[in-house]
Design a binder for this molecule. Structure first.
Ligand SMILES: CC(C)(COP(=O)(O)OP(=O)(O)OC[C@H]1O[C@@H](n2cnc3c(N)ncnc32)[C@H](O)[C@@H]1OP(=O)(O)O)[C@@H](O)C(=O)NCCC(=O)NCCS
Length: 142
């Protein structure tokens, strides 16, 4: 194989579009200094907000309209997130009910570009409900 060009090298170093279990890359973001807590790590509430946004991507597509987060069924901070980490959010639909859609979200941090490491930092399970214009549950479209 020929030596990769600088552009190809950049692509080779990008996070994969899917994980082995089929979870899709739905969001990538880097925290800012304003997101740091008193310990110097990234504030857990900031990560929860990003997970809620990332978790909503697939349910919105399936519900074809408005959704609301009804429950965070599980949330585990496995490793701290540091300034400079580039976070990739992967989501997989785990259940489609009558009006609700549940997803599993994994967050992976890329750190230390000189000697790149990928670390799973957070895992969560969330449930979203398809809602109508009055904010009431509506059936998930077939
Ligand atoms: C989402 C909302 C419209 C649901 O209304 P509701 O009258 O409680 O609805 P239901 O009890 O009929 O439940 C709707 C679905 O959610 C599911 N659900 C409710 N609570 C759940 C929980 N704790 N975990 C998993 N699923 C849950 C139900 O099983 C049902 O799914 P199904 O139809 O697929 O079987 C309403 O609770 C609401 O507006 N919540 C606030 C949403 C919001 O503002 N979110 C942003 C965070 S601040």
């Amino acid at each position: 194989m020929p030596d990769p060009t600088p552009d190809t090298r950049a692509i080779l170093h990008m996070a994969p579009a899917t994980l082995p279990g089929g979870a899709e890359l739905v969001l990538r973001v880097m925290p800012l200094p304003a997101d740091v807590n008193a310990n110097g790590d990234i504030f857990g509430g900031w990560i929860m907000a990003q997970v809620d946004l990332a978790g909503a991507v697939l349910p919105s597509r399936i519900a074809k309209g408005r959704i609301a987060t009804v429950a965070v069924n599980q949330f585990v901070f496995k490793q701290p997130v540091s300034l400079g980490d580039l976070l990739s959010f992967y989501a997989r639909v785990t259940r489609i009910g009558r009006t609700s859609i549940s997803v599993h979200v994994e967050v992976w941090a890329e750190r230390n570009p000189a000697n790149l490491q990928r670390v799973k930092v957070t895992e969560a399970d969330l449930t979203y409900v398809a809602i109508d214009s009055n904010g009431q549950p509506r059936p998930v479209p077939a």
